[in-house]
Design a protein around this ligand. Sequence first.
Ligand code: UDX
Length: 452
Amino acid sequence: MATSMRVSVIGTGYLGATHAAAMAELGFEVTGVDVDPAKVDLLASGRVPFFEPGLPELLQKHLATGRLRFTTDLAAAVADADIHFICVGTPQQAGSSAANLDYVEVAVAAVARAMSRDGLVVGKSTVPVGTGERLRVLLAALTPEGVAAELVWNPEFLREGRAVEDTLRPDRIVIGGASPAAEAMLREVYATPIAAGTPVITCDLPTAELVKVSANAFLATKISFINAIAELCEAAGADVTVLADALGHDARIGRRFLNAGLGFGGGCLPKDIRALTHRAGELGAPQIASLMRRVDEINMRQRERVVELAIAACDGSVLDARIAVLGAAFKPDTDDVRDSPALSVAAALHLRGAQVSVYDPAAGETGRRTFPTLTFAASTAEAVRGADVVLVLTEWPEFVDASPVALAELARGRTVIDARNCLDADAWRAAGWTLHALGRGAPADVRSVVFA
Ligand code: UDX
């Protein structure tokens, strides 16, 4: 589909780079803008500064079609476009649980000043409810005389590792606060997924902002719920993985996001539930604030549980123990280590004097940058060689499929902690390993339940 609509995408991180490439795939002329010249150069040469399956291919395809460009020159990109997507980050503020909105404000202000013709500013970043209204005031104040600008919110729900698929074929499109003309423009932008059946929900600005935040809050709650049940399973000698399968058959519950283990991390869920807690407090809605606080606490406790299991496996002290950590990314199929539970555990064990060797198929480099004091191995075998205890902290297929027999020959000890409930426990035990999992006691550990 060829169209005359021109698009600028402000911010080229996970969200923006994927959105820019997807917009080109949908047939638009796209310019991606970032303040980081190194990132722009890399993207312009068809390389992606992070690991995202399928994205390099899509990027290269549209650099070749000529529909996709990258630049640091925001003013030129904006002056030349009709629709401007705000895709910058909203990380947690230093010293607060609130979101840092500086990047969003700076981006909207810069777009406003650079607009040379009427246009639509579309917020995609995850923001605390009420942000869009404030940005509208900013936009109106800074747009040049005679230029009409409208701001709407169209939150993005993409998952890292599935970003391309989620952007091209989203499971819903939410459009908040749009005039009929703005809605028509966005329906044109998303004509392909809409024709393929993706539902469109139109609503006011605060509802659109809250849909995104609530989606992440619900997912986080599901994970902490199953982790709380996992604790009970351990106490009762039950198996949380079987329980989750059984729960999942109830269509009202569903099986997804019921994997018990080390819990959630990454650049979204943790900071989004904290920002929600903060914003709910500001707005006088204490119930969700206290619920999210518990969800967060239960989640962070899982990291301590794994550290405690490792200490117990080393007879009470990890000092000088050799510990293999398999996994550094916050989940498989990404090299993102932001708030990674795996690296939190590795660092905590290092702090207690363990010799920790970390291996991750994609996140070795990002992990090393974040925790330069940890040792990073080049392979599973290198990490496991001579280890007293093996910890599986990210469920990469490479670890799930690893041979417990081969690894038993490399390790010094025979204890494995399966913190993601991803290993074939029977196969590992048959190979001579003592396997500990979260919410799944070893058959021998199962205690009889005492009735009070
Ligand atoms: C999330 C949301 O899914 C996405 O819709 C939103 O746009 C951004 O935030 P992402 O951060 O990419 O996406 O990761 P996600 O796949 O949601 O996983 C989050 C964390 O939860 C990971 O650390 C993962 O290991 C953990 N998780 C997930 C569990 O512990 N158990 C589960 O059952 C599922």
